[in-house]
Design a protein around this ligand. Structure first.
Ligand SMILES: CC(C)(COP(=O)(O)OP(=O)(O)OC[C@H]1O[C@@H](n2cnc3c(N)ncnc32)[C@H](O)[C@@H]1OP(=O)(O)O)[C@@H](O)C(=O)NCCC(=O)NCCS
Length: 245
């Protein structure tokens, strides 16, 4: 689905100087994400890890005139390989920032231990089991399924086509990387964005209760039924939309 972006907004690949703005945007736009509870310093490291991972991607929407980041998307191109890579390369600093935050906020620390500690420890242990192959961008255990982990648009820029353009850029990148399918989990109530995903062509895949006891709505998007597109990092300028965005 082709959309019209606001005039000065470009969709492009993340660069490290984007971190302060993408992590600040995450903090404001996704207050209900578990990772958000660990604060901006944790989020900054988390975004950098996604951007550096050969198995993930960060796509940014920025206002060319002001340099302001108005949207961002974090997605994987091979989910198990990405999280293994993240633990090995950024695990220590992520744990450090999470621990600092948890000491300052014991309720958060308790929630972390109660709902996720065992799973995270298993994940850390798994991440040190050698992969059969680990070349940059190669598929490993997940057979071409990517995870749209987070997408966010600044509050005053919503409804202008930025969110759908970010998802479309991710779909194109995933298709180009040879993925067959994308998945995501969103909160099932008004804090989530199920209706947005349905509007842009994703299919509802049922409800799930995570191992941490939280309820999610699952969505997926098959990629093979559409022609493979050449991947382009920067979209051309677009004309002003009718909405006045
Ligand atoms: C969800 C979000 C990323 C959408 O970005 P956006 O830039 O506002 O979306 P777009 O302008 O591209 O909208 C595309 C279409 O979806 C619709 N849409 C957008 N958000 C919607 C929502 N929450 N519910 C229903 N429809 C929605 C738009 O009206 C538009 O429809 P149209 O084509 O008929 O005009 C943005 O609202 C956001 O950042 N929300 C807070 C964070 C969030 O919930 N992220 C997702 C967590 S999983």
């Amino acid at each position: 689905m082709k959309r019209t972006l606001p005039p000065a907004v470009s969709i492009r690949q993340f660069a490290p100087p984007d971190v302060p703005q993408t992590s600040a945007l995450h903090l404001n736009a996704l207050p209900d994400d578990f990772v958000t509870r660990f604060g901006q310093r944790f989020l900054a490291r988390y975004h950098l890890a996604f951007a550096e991972s050969p198995y993930a991607t960060v796509i940014v929407a920025s206002d060319y005139a002001t340099g302001k980041t108005v949207g961002a998307l974090l997605g994987t191109l091979d989910t198990p390989a990405h999280y293994g890579w993240l633990v090995r390369h950024h695990g220590a600093s992520l744990v450090l920032w999470a621990a600092v935050r948890a000491i300052r906020n014991p309720k958060l620390g308790w929630d972390l231990v109660r709902t996720r500690a065992a799973r995270y420890i298993r994940g850390i242990a798994r991440s040190f089991i050698p992969e059969k192959h680990s070349g940059k961008g190669e598929k490993s255990r997940d057979n071409g399924v990517g995870l749209l982990a987070h997408v966010m648009v600044a509050g005053d820029q919503r409804g202008c086509g930025i969110g759908s353009s970010l998802v479309e850029a991710y779909e194109n990148r995933a298709r180009h990387a040879g993925l067959e399918r994308l998945e995501l989990a969103t909160l099932p109530d008004s804090r989530g964005a199920g209706p947005f995903y349905e509007k842009i062509g994703w299919e509802y895949g049922g409800a799930r209760i995570s191992q941490s006891g939280e309820r999610f709505a699952l969505y997926h998007r098959a990629l093979l039924d559409e022609p493979r597109q050449e991947h382009s990092d920067i979209r051309p300028w677009s004309k002003r939309g009718e909405s006045g965005c």
